[in-house]
Design a protein around this ligand. Sequence first.
Ligand code: AMP
Length: 356
Amino acid sequence: MSIVEPGSTIGIVGGGQLGRMLAIAAAQLGYRCHVYAPDEAPPAAEVSALFTRGDYDDEAALTRFGASVAVATYEFENIAAQPLDALAAEAPLYPPRRALEIAQDRLAEKEFVASLGGRPAPFAPVSSREELHAALAHTGVPAILKTRRFGYDGKGQARIHSAEQAESAWDSMRGAPSILEGFIRFDAEFSILLCRSLTGETVLWDAPRNRHLDGILDTSEAPPPPELAPAIAEARALAEKVADALDYVGVLTLEFFAGPDGAVFNEMAPRVHNSGHWTIEGALSSQFENHIRAICGLPLGATELVVPRVRMKNLIGEDVTSWRDIMADKTAHVHLYGKGEARPGRKMGHVTWLER
Ligand code: AMP
């Protein structure tokens, strides 16, 4: 097993706020970061030693980038896996490619998790109007039609409340291969945040209870309410199985609905996750620090809460314009991502409160 020593350069593919917080954690451990992203001035590049502007499918540029780093990771999953082989030929790339390929396809991830004993909502692949009607007969209404790839924060989704809405829902997918999911009536949503090291050591944080607004994460709270304990125990066991099956390295996130029958799997992300931002101040080691430790072959840090309760709230779009009021709250840990324009639905920052 190769250890990447402090002082080395870590490559991060993707330049958003997740990359920014990874780079800050890496800096604390004595590493330098090199960010690769197509944008002009991405949030992660502002806090990193090096930045290469390049397209995600530019294999020559990814090869040069790979040659400049000791180890590499990625901070979002909506990138084609194949061009990353050029990077992986030059430097170890974690999490493993198979995790990326499974997680970026809603159909593949549900089939994979179901093969390990997980329970997703009823689902069926849809690639034509006719298939949608057949799928609706399987799931019933209400249901949600989602693109298999490239959806995030509720984008690429259409809710179907009655059979008449099927036509417009299919039109809104613009022909993209999709998946229909039965609508789950859940009591709560939560996520499992896990980190697995190069030697297979696995740590988990308290599972945050998540609340969404318009398909976008609004708040995460830890610890979860006691009534979620059985569903969370089931979900943790599943997440560990998923991580072992993929020989995973780094932070892995699985999102679930908690209902009367236990944990229903929603989706997985092969990366640090918005529902784990509270770990920066609220846990002994953050998701970002442990991800860096894992990909560098270091032992993982402890994950216990440092206070009885932690709460994180996202600052979405215009929310960020009230930063003066937010900072006037002396107990608020404020994180702003340095993004210019506060477009609706854009994640601009977050705030964490520790409750003693
Ligand atoms: P997703 O991008 O798939 O995580 O969807 C965003 C949010 O939409 C979820 O966190 C849920 O709040 C809601 N949602 C997605 N799929 C379903 C479903 N099958 N049943 C009920 N709510 C859902």
